[in-house]
Design a protein around this ligand. Structure first.
Ligand code: FES
Length: 289
């Protein structure tokens, strides 16, 4: 059934294409009919030409060659010297004079847009890789000389809060260093061996800012009751570990540099290098693991 419809359609299409091709050929070869006046004028011209030809002698091959040579050599028999034309340097056309076509405009717009996109992406990638110029939290913070820091800690009842680095700095007892070397990394020990430790003030439980408790000389979180001794080791509450801390170093001038760009996770539960018990009443109640 389908073939009954398709075959005639194909035949008709083939005929249509053949007809179109023939018409195109005809139009290329088409010669219009001449008017009567034109045909009359042609006859008159042809008759004149035939009379002129009759007047002249029938040219031979030799006479035609001689005529051509004489024409080429000139009247005096010498070959005509033609000076070579000076070829000037090529000058590119003035783009303004030539103008910009719509296609050129579109092509250039597309290329320009793609160039801008690629450049923007490249710039963003480079900016991502380039070390950011950071100050405050996230940067290396110069906390001052070790001696000055210790003085400030003592003036502030055992705790120094540096808001620009979101940190607490407390003293680390010299007597506990041997134990500390078994637990802490070189980045932490660099400051601890100078008697200082820099702790991130964010509670490792759920992120509250942990305040100091002057009476117990601990840190005690008011949110859910986690407690840490003065060097950030966990003593009670729901926190999963001790307080997180920062890498420290001492420069040539004896200043403590704290790198707040990376956080070192606090020591595991049970770490107690200093053995410090609460030195007075707790701020949020008795510690319980
Ligand atoms: S956030 Fe500090 S104990 Fe929960």
């Amino acid at each position: 059934m389908i073939l009954v419809i398709v075959i005639p359609v194909l035949v008709l299409l083939a005929l249509a294409m053949l007809f179109a091709a023939l018409r195109r050929r005809d139009s290329r070869l088409a010669i219009g009919k001449l008017s009567r006046e034109t045909r009359q004028r042609d006859r008159t011209t042809a008759a004149s030409a035939s009379d002129a030809a009759a007047d002249a002698l029938a040219p031979t091959a030799a006479s035609a060659e001689q005529k051509a040579v004489s024409t080429w050599r000139g009247d005096d028999g010498q070959a005509e010297v033609v000076e070579a034309e000076v070829v000037s340097d090529w000058t590119p056309p003035d783009p303004e004079a030539v103008g910009v076509s719509r296609r050129q405009f579109l092509n250039r717009s597309i290329i320009g847009f793609m160039g801008l996109s690629v450049s923007g992406f490249g710039a963003a990638m480079i900016a991502q890789l380039w070390p950011a110029f950071v100050t405050g939290f996230g940067a290396v913070i110069n906390a001052g000389t070790v001696d000055d820091i210790k003085d400030q800690i003592r003036e502030n009842n055992g705790f120094l809060k540096l808001s620009n680095g979101r940190m607490w700095i407390t003293e680390y007892p010299e007597s506990a260093i041997e134990k500390a070397r078994e637990v802490y990394s070189p980045g932490e020990l660099a400051g601890m061996e100078q008697g200082l430790i820099a702790l991130y003030w964010k509670c490792p439980h759920l992120g509250c800012t942990v305040p100091e408790c002057v009476s117990s000389q601990w840190f005690e979180c008011p949110c859910h009751g986690s407690q840490y001794n003065r060097v950030g080791e966990k003593r009670g509450g729901p926190a999963p570990r001790g307080m997180d801390r920062f890498r420290m170093s001492i420069n040539d001038k004896g200043e403590l540099l704290v790198d707040t760009g990376g956080i070192i996770q606090g020591p595991p539960i049970g770490t107690n290098t200093t053995g410090q018990e609460a030195e007075g009443p707790n701020c949020i109640g008795q510690a319980s693991e």
